[in-house]
Design a protein around this ligand. Structure first.
Ligand SMILES: Cc1ncc(COP(=O)(O)O)c(C=O)c1O
Length: 370
């Protein structure tokens, strides 16, 4: 399989361990095992035998996940090493050469790159600020054909933080159903809504050809566990499980144990509430800071996630600007053109509060000199 460079991840892989401040992250800053868990849980962790465990995810873990999605059963769920593996296996299971795939952009570019490498014909729908970064249903309707195999969408959205309402989700479902296309909704930011109202999942559609991918890396702030999952119809999940044997076999045994604890109803609410309160605090820090660039910055406030997608009015390409900021003050940001949207910067505001303040402070003079 020939696959193009995944620019965003490549740049993060190269630089995030080297810079002084990393504002390229899209989730909240993670905690340590000691800060997150009580002694009973630490005892469980210490006494867990490091077997392979259940390759599809333990019954306990799939059971707590299924409780998040009304009407689902553990057999609707496959657990993976991150939602990125969930995306990978879903595409590997579904896509064949010449399939038509509709990618709604901007979007985390993993699915776009994978679908292309698998030989799909990609059609893109480019959202913009005029619809608050939300999909224009008419445009989707005009784009689908009876050859459309898959419509992929990221909700809440990376990088804009926009969130679709139930009506839009139903409308997307109806468009897909009309042509028999699958929907892949990457919902890894679900649970990080700033107003505390968890958004509707595409799982709520009565239509059967839906794949919902999610995980613990963003809203839960636990990327180091590498836990993600797919929820779909049982037949698709069985096919994915067979392909999972070829990718990573199973998630880490400890990650399974910890995720089963984190996703218990009361623990899940506590962790998501913590995320939302730190995001609201940090967003106001970003907003206060950005006022000095009122004439140069335009952005729609995110409704979820730990990212702000800012359009800037300087005559410089976004990769060059990100390179300049990194070289001059050792802060890593994300360039809009890694998403195909030049003249945008993605600021991750989920960092530790004091790091966010320091990083923004040292970026200011670089921007003022432009
Ligand atoms: C939309 C989206 N999906 C998937 C991923 C990968 O996350 P994970 O750590 O769960 O593999 C990311 C990471 O940034 C993302 O933004």
């Amino acid at each position: 399989m020939k696959i193009e460079e995944f620019t965003l991840e490549r740049q993060q892989s190269i630089w995030e361990g080297k810079v002084k401040y990393n504002l390229s992250e899209s989730g909240v800053h993670p905690g340590s095992i000691k800060s997150l868990f009580d002694s009973e849980m630490i005892d469980i962790i210490e006494n867990t035998e490091l077997t392979y465990g259940h390759t599809e995810g333990s019954p306990e873990l799939r059971s707590v996940i299924s409780k998040i999605y009304k009407g689902s059963k553990p057999d609707n769920i496959q657990v993976y090493n991150g939602s990125s593996e969930a995306n990978f296996v879903a595409l590997m299971t579904l896509i064949e050469p010449n399939d038509e795939v509709i990618c709604v952009l901007p979007n985390y570019m993993q699915i776009h790159g994978l679908a292309k490498a698998l030989g799909a014909n990609i059609k893109t729908i480019n959202n913009n600020e005029t619809t608050d970064w939300k999909i224009n249903i008419q445009e989707l309707e005009d784009s689908v054909t009876d050859k459309t195999k898959l419509i992929t969408i990221c909700n809440p959205n990376n990088p804009t933080g926009s969130v679709l309402d139930k009506q839009s989700i139903n409308e997307i479902g109806s468009v897909a159903e009309k042509v028999g296309a699958w929907i892949l909704a990457d919902e890894v930011y679900r649970g990080s809504e700033l107003d505390g109202q968890e958004c509707e999942s595409f799982w709520s559609l009565s239509y059967d050809k839906k794949i919902i991918n999610c995980g613990l890396s963003k809203a839960y702030g636990l990327p180091g566990l590498r836990v993600g999952w797919t929820i779909s119809n049982e037949k698709f999940i069985k096919n994915c499980w067979a392909n999972h044997d070829y990718t990573s076999i199973a998630i880490g045994r400890l990650s399974d144990v910890i995720a089963s604890y984190v996703l218990r109803k009361e623990n899940r609410s506590a962790i998501l509430n913590k995320t939302r309160s730190s995001l609201n605090k940090n967003l106001s820090i970003f907003k206060d800071w950005s006022e000095q660039f009122n004439d140069k910055f335009k952005y729609i406030e995110p409704k979820a996630g730990a990212m702000i997608f800012v359009n800037y009015d300087w005559n410089i390409n976004s990769t060059k600007l990100v390179d300049r900021i990194r070289n001059e003050v050792s802060v890593l940001l994300v360039a809009g053109d890694w998403y195909g949207y030049d003249h945008y910067l993605r600021f991750g505001y989920g960092a530790k509060e004091k790091d966010l303040i320091s990083a923004l402070e040292i970026i200011s003079p670089v921007l003022k000199r432009l």
